[in-house]
Design a protein around this ligand. Sequence first.
Ligand SMILES: Cc1cc2nc3c(=O)[nH]c(=O)nc-3n(C[C@H](O)[C@H](O)[C@H](O)COP(=O)(O)OP(=O)(O)OC[C@H]3O[C@@H](n4cnc5c(N)ncnc54)[C@H](O)[C@@H]3O)c2cc1C
Length: 404
Amino acid sequence: MSGATQTRDLRTGRSIWVDSHGLGVPVKTLTGAISVDVAIVGAGISGAFMARELSRDHSVAVLDRRPPLTGSTLASTALLQWEIDLPLTALADKIGMANARRAYLRSRAAVDALKRIVDEEGIRCGLEDKDTLYLAGNDYGRRALEAEAEARAGIGLGSTFLGPAELRERFGIDRTGAILSTGSASADPAQLAAGLLRRAQADGAVVWSPVEVIQAASDPDGVTLLTDTGHAVRARHVVFCCGYEFPDGVPTPGAKVISTWALASKERTACPAWLRDTLVWEASDPYLYFRMAGDGRLIVGGEDEDAPGAHEDPARLKRKCESIRDKLLRLLPDLEFEVDYSWAGAFGESSTGLPSIGPVPDMAHAWAVMGFGGNGITYSVIASQVVSAAIRGRSDPDADLYQA
Ligand SMILES: Cc1cc2nc3c(=O)[nH]c(=O)nc-3n(C[C@H](O)[C@H](O)[C@H](O)COP(=O)(O)OP(=O)(O)OC[C@H]3O[C@@H](n4cnc5c(N)ncnc54)[C@H](O)[C@@H]3O)c2cc1C
C-alpha cells in the first residue's frame, strides 16, 4: 500500500476538523461535590456559546461525558446561514407569516451576533463572510423560489432571484433558477467552540470531563445533578446542551434524529473563483451542499437518511461519498475533486426546521437546547441569548418561537 493511500484510508470516517490547530481546552476531573450558579451539560458548540455568555456574570460548570468538542460539533460542515431549512413561505404555512418572518429575522441577527462575538473575542476560527446560492430542485422549483425571494426581500433580507440564464452565466450552473443571498458565513466549528470555551474559562468557567450526568432533580432553590463520578453537582440553574443525545423527559415533538454524510477534498482544490465567497445548497430531498474552506478544500455534504444509526456503517459511508461526489460533478463538471476526508454524523430535524429552546417540563430551573436542522450553529447563538435572558430574569421577544 502506498503512503498516499494509507493517508487517505486513515482519513475515512474522520472529520476534517480533527486535525485543526488550537483545539486544546483544559479540563478538570471531578473529585468532589461542587456548587455553581449554572451547570451546562455538553461541551459542544451550544454549550460553548452558553458558557461564554453566562460566565460573564455567573459561576459556570460545563460537564461532558466525553472530551470537549467530540460530539456532533466536530462533524459539522459549519455553513453559518440565516436561511432556515424551510423557506420563509413554507414556514409561514406552518406557523403563520408573522412568526415565520420573526424566525427569519432572528436567524439573520444571530449570524451577525456570531460574527461580532468572534471579532470581539479575537477567536481564530477561519470565519469568513459568505453569500449563499440556493438552487431550485425537486422540493422547490423556479416559481417557488421567485416567490420566496420576493417574500424575503419584503422584510429586508438580502435575497435576489436569478433566472436560468443569469445562473449559467455567473456561476456556470444549469438549473431553472436560484436565490442569491448575502450575510451568511463559514468557519471551523471546532476552533470556534474551543475559542468560546477558553473565553468562558478566562471568566472563571470550569470544564469538567469526563463526567456523565445520569440524573437531575430540582427543588425550589435549584437542581442537583447526579454524575457517574459519584460526586454531585449543585446548581441554581442547569442547561442541557446535549446535541442529539436527547435528555430523558425533554419533549421533542416532530423532531427526529437522522444520519448525514460529508467529505472534503485535498487542499488547494482548483475551483471557480465565485466558490470562495459562496455557500451552495439546493431545494431538493436529499439535498447537496458545498462550500470552500480557507485552505482551498472543498467541503461537500448531504445524502441524509432517516435511520439514526446509519452514520456508523462504514459501507454506507463509502457509498454515500461516491454519490455525493457524483452529484457535485454533475453540477460542476469541470471540477477536479479528490476526496481526502470523509465522515458521517447524527443530525436532528424538526418539522419546522426551528430549534427547541425552552424550560424542561416539570423540572424547575432547567433548560434544554436542541439546534435542529442545517442551522444548528446559528441556533446555538439564539439559544445562548434566549436562555441567558431567562436566567437573568428578563424575557426574550422571540422565545415563544422555539418552545414546544
Ligand atoms: C455532518 C454534519 C454537518 C452539519 N452541518 C452543519 C452546518 O453546515 N451548519 C450548521 O449550523 N449546523 C450543521 N450541523 C449541525 C450542527 O453541527 C449541530 O447543530 C451542532 O454541532 C450541535 O452542537 P451541540 O453542542 O448542541 O451538540 P454536540 O456537539 O453533539 O455536543 C453535545 C455534547 O453533550 C455531551 N453529552 C450528552 N449527554 C450528556 C450527559 N448525559 N452527560 C454529559 N455530557 C453529555 C456529549 O458528549 C457531547 O459532547 C451539522 C451536523 C452534522 C452531523
